[in-house]
Design a protein around this ligand. Structure first.
Ligand code: ATP
Length: 374
């Protein structure tokens, strides 16, 4: 058996120092990524006038401001440039290359997924419904014309986190050989303030160009939630993005070969406008798996494991209210317990310990299996 390319138990070849170095490098790059995630978003502005060390910029909402230019960019900013400013002072701290930076393909995940329906455990009812309202119209639009009905332009998958909403959307993209364009609602409005509405427009344009395609909007509640007070500029920005989304959905025909799949864990806060007939009007609930579903998910995620005396009925019985994602973690953890014990066969007790570990939710910290190096 090997781990990271080394034979476990072969102490001569196994270099702890080398492994530690690799782990430190991984830790360093993860820390860098974490820091970049914590960075506050920047504001995108257009430069109207430049005066020595200052400039007048226009924000997407139309407001004009007289701002400083950071020392690195004095003499480098020109009228007509698109720049990035700090949120509070609006000091210009970077210039965008208009041709490159706002290429929509930099902001979305575009792929041709290879997930099949058979890789999804449980969720038979949901799969059938998605087949009828997304797959069938994409594959056989004539049938709908003949019968005289219009399929929904889009659907909304709602349910707890980790229950398989994303893999359902990917599976239908895969079975219809569609381009899968994934966007995360919160990123649309937070990454570059002022560009959300434009990005939505460009994403739909891209989807038409790459049709047949599926636009998957994860965390759709971040842009489509009910707002009582839209007084702040941030809220107005979200509202503009939302309006653009509604316009785009209304703008194409039900039998066009672009479909929209929204996903949310918070259907309770959604603005009803997005659910109106002709928009994302088919709601599909994706619940936590029942016993049968959990068993299927365990089987799927252990299909490449060597199991020793594992009766899934027992493991299923102690994973009530686990999501599919948590079951996947249990399987991975169980595998780690076997590795730590220098085994390749995974036993029932590995699963039982893994279940309590996932239940305690202590997977984030101390999760790197350091003990196996010692
Ligand atoms: P979130 O709401 O947090 O975005 P989600 O509902 O979209 O979560 P997924 O991203 O589809 O959940 O699931 C995460 C992972 O969990 C999947 O990649 C898959 O490995 C596993 N998983 C979840 N549900 C199932 C399932 N029903 N069958 C098989 N695997 C599953």
């Amino acid at each position: 058996m090997s781990f990271l390319g080394k034979k476990v138990g072969d102490n001569n070849n196994y270099s702890i120092i080398e492994e530690n170095k690799k782990l430190k490098e991984t830790l360093f790059s993860l820390k860098q990524e974490l820091n970049s995630l914590k960075e506050p978003p920047l504001v995108v502005c257009d430069v109207l006038y430049v005066f020595d060390k200052k400039a007048i910029v226009r924000l997407a909402n139309g407001g004009n401001f007289f701002v400083n230019i950071s020392s690195n960019f004095i003499d480098k900013i020109k009228v007509g440039d698109r720049v990035l400013s700090e949120q509070k002072s609006l000091t210009i701290i970077d210039r965008l290359d208009k041709s490159k930076n706002f290429d929509v393909e930099n902001f979305v995940i575009i792929e041709k997924p290879k997930i099949t329906w058979a890789e999804i455990g449980g969720l038979k009812k949901q799969i059938r419904e998605i087949y009828e309202v997304v797959e069938l119209p994409l594959k056989n639009p004539k049938l709908f014309e003949e019968v005289g009905i219009e399929p929904p332009r889009g659907i909304l998958l709602h349910g707890p986190s980790g229950t398989g909403k994303t893999i359902l959307a990917k599976a239908v993209a895969s079975s219809t050989n569609s381009t899968f364009i994934q966007i995360v609602g919160s990123e649309l409005v937070q990454k570059f303030i002022g560009e959300g509405a434009k990005l939505v427009k460009d994403i739909f344009k891209l989807a038409r160009e790459k049709a047949p395609s599926i636009i998957f909007i994860d965390e759709i509640d971040s842009i489509a939630s009910e707002r009582i007070d839209i007084g702040t500029s941030g809220e107005r920005e979200v509202q503009r993005t939302f309006m653009q989304l509604l316009n785009e959905i209304d703008g194409f025909k039900p039998l066009d070969n672009v479909k929209i799949i929204g996903a949310t864990n918070r259907i309770d806060i959604l603005d009803k406008a997005i659910l109106r007939p002709g928009r994302l009007d088919r709601l599909i609930h994706v619940p936590l798996p029942n016993e049968e579903g959990r068993k299927e998910i365990f089987k799927l995620h252990t299909k490449n494991m060597k199991l020793e005396n594992v009766d899934f009925r027992e493991v299923v019985a102690i994973t009530d209210s686990f999501s599919g994602a948590e079951i996947k973690s249990v399987c991975t953890e169980a595998g780690y317990f076997a590795i730590r014990d220098k085994r390749v066969n995974v036993r029932k007790e590995d699963f039982v310990t893994a279940v309590s570990k996932v239940k305690q939710g202590d997977l984030e910290e101390g999760d790197v299996p350091v003990t196996m190096f010692g």
